[in-house]
Design a protein around this ligand. Structure first.
Ligand code: ACM
Length: 526
């Protein structure tokens, strides 16, 4: 696969060079504006590219074809593709089950493409997308969007032509877990705002949405057996605004929307620290029986559930039971970070019980990597958010079988300022411009990890300073696509000079989509 890519890349470069040499001046510029984007110039970089042959041109007579065997999910994905392409092309693009030519989506028995891989073949008469599972077809649709001119993303009719270069992309992800986290506790984001972010994540083949649903400043999910968590604990946020929470119907809507974009929701209830909103909602949860006031500041480490009290575990059981019933995904994230007000022996005892509750409801434990300083259960996933990569307890846990999701704060935290002039965000893990955010490898960031212990990557976005979708997008873009690439693309494709120029080409695309992105000076934007 890698050898193939190298050869194909070399061939592609030679063809480009030849094209550049054989034309000059104005003809080059005109041709460049009409020439299809070279196959493979997408984010994340595909695993294998073999350019060649004639381009495919989408015209007024193009149909999207899904054979009957590909089923209802395939037809839904075809409809999603049509919804992307129709407004800008102005073409009807009917979705059909029969005929030949056009854009064809098909599922095959080729298990080598895995749960998420796909093959996209483009030639004069057709584009044929093949996957083993629907998620692969969906990811291929994202690839196809990026192979078309950026103006395809506009919602009004644009001039064509709508060409896709000839050749074949064969693409499967490096890591199974490619996540993004949104902190909806420090500031609340509505279901519509979360859905907007989901659509943006899907563009880059992200497949997990971690929702940080509780913290000191707000509890954001309705729990029927403890209603005040949401109705009282959800009524404010950082800075004292009105906060908010998701009803169960809201949360189900988010889960369904995420699933329609092939993202699994990972809900987090942060424990035993980061719990002031819960402690404020129920006096009984406090060791002294006194509820603290709601909190709207940004300090951390001051709150703790009461580890010796039985009611703590009744609360936890109810919350995890109700949340598990709402969540089709496999994980429940129990936090475990910055429990500075919980004595260590209490922390270990608490995490033992919390993990058992997650198992009781059939879910897999996720926790921030401080869980590795306690006793992670078999199958637990620890989310690494350190900066040094030298934490002995993390390596020891990985050697004992704990799998890791990598979110090093000085690379993957989307809330770090880009530079000293960035108005939004924090800087405790340093200033992280786009090049620094891309400069790491999940398998080697922590020294001495056994191979296979990294399950994937995640880009968390903490919202102490963020109040609008425009704020979220400004911090996420353009770093999120880089983390997504680190999660999807083979290590052999990792190259800042190459990535920088592919990312530059995303600028007009993000602009066409109305995404508010930071025009970092380290990227040569188109
Ligand atoms: C964290 O940033 N406290 C996980």
């Amino acid at each position: 696969m890698r050898q193939h890519r190298t050869m194909a890349g070399l061939l592609g470069a030679l063809l480009l060079l030849a094209a550049g040499l054989s034309s000059t001046g104005a003809t080059t510029a005109a041709a460049a504006s009409r020439a299809p984007r070279p196959l493979g110039r997408i984010v994340p970089a595909p695993a294998s590219v073999a350019p060649g042959g004639s381009p495919y041109t989408i015209t007024s007579t193009t149909a999207i074809r899904v054979d009957a065997a590909t089923g209802a999910e395939g037809r839904r994905i075809a409809g999603y593709l049509a919804d992307v392409l129709r407004p800008s092309t102005g073409y009807a693009l009917p979705v059909r089950a029969d005929g030949s030519g056009g854009i064809r989506l098909r599922l095959s028995g080729d298990a080598r493409l895995g749960e998420e891989g796909y093959r996209l073949e483009s030639g004069r008469s057709a584009i044929t997308v093949t996957a083993h599972r629907p998620a692969g077809l969906f990811h291929a649709v994202q690839t196809l969007r990026q192979l078309l001119p950026a103006s395809v993303e506009r919602r009004t009719r644009q001039p064509g032509p709508w060409q896709v270069a000839g050749g074949t992309i064969t693409d499967t992800p490096r890591y199974a877990y490619r996540g993004a986290m949104l902190d909806v506790s420090r500031h609340f984001f509505t279901p519509a705002q979360v859905e907007r972010y989901i659509d943006q994540l899907a563009l880059y083949k992200v497949n997990r949405l971690h929702l940080h649903l509780s913290d000191d400043q707000g509890w954001r999910i309705a729990i029927d057996s403890w209603p005040r968590l949401a109705t009282y604990g959800g009524r404010t946020q950082v800075g004292g605004g009105k906060g908010g929470y998701y009803t169960k119907a809201d949360y189900r809507r988010i889960v369904r929307y995420a699933a329609s974009r092939y993202l699994e929701v990972v809900p987090e209830i942060d424990t035993p620290g980061h719990t002031n909103a819960a402690l404020a909602s129920y006096a009984s949860l406090n060791c002294d029986g006194v509820a603290p006031p709601l909190y709207t500041g940004t300090d951390v480490g001051f709150s703790s559930l009461c580890v010796p009290k039985e009611v703590t575990y009744a609360f936890l059981d109810d919350v995890v039971r109700e949340l598990s019933a709402l969540t089709p995904g496999r994980y429940i994230h129990i936090g475990g970070d910055e429990a500075h007000s919980t004595p260590h022996t209490d922390y270990v005892a608490f995490m033992d019980k919390a993990q058992a509750v997650v198992a009781k409801y059939g879910k897999t434990v996720m926790g921030w990597h401080q869980l590795t300083g306690a006793r992670p259960v078999a199958g637990a996933v620890a989310q690494y958010w350190g900066t040094a990569g030298d934490e002995a307890e993390v390596v020891a846990a990985a050697k004992a079988g704990t799998r890791l999701v990598m979110s090093p704060a000085n690379r993957a935290y989307l809330d770090m300022k880009y530079d000293a002039t960035t108005k939004l965000g924090l800087d405790w893990a340093g200033l992280v411009d786009v090049d620094r955010s891309y400069a790491w490898d999940p398998s080697t960031f922590i020294k001495g990890l056994p191979s296979g212990s990294v399950l994937g990557v995640e880009a968390p976005l903490w919202s102490e300073t963020l109040t609008t979708s425009a704020d979220v997008e400004y911090m996420a873009f353009p770093r999120l696509p880089g983390i997504a690439e680190i999660g999807w693309s083979p290590a052999s494709t990792h190259s800042w000079p190459d990535y920088r120029s592919r990312l530059a080409e995303q600028g007009p695309r993000l602009a066409a989509l109305g995404v508010n992105f930071y025009r970092s000076p380290v990227v040569p934007w188109e």
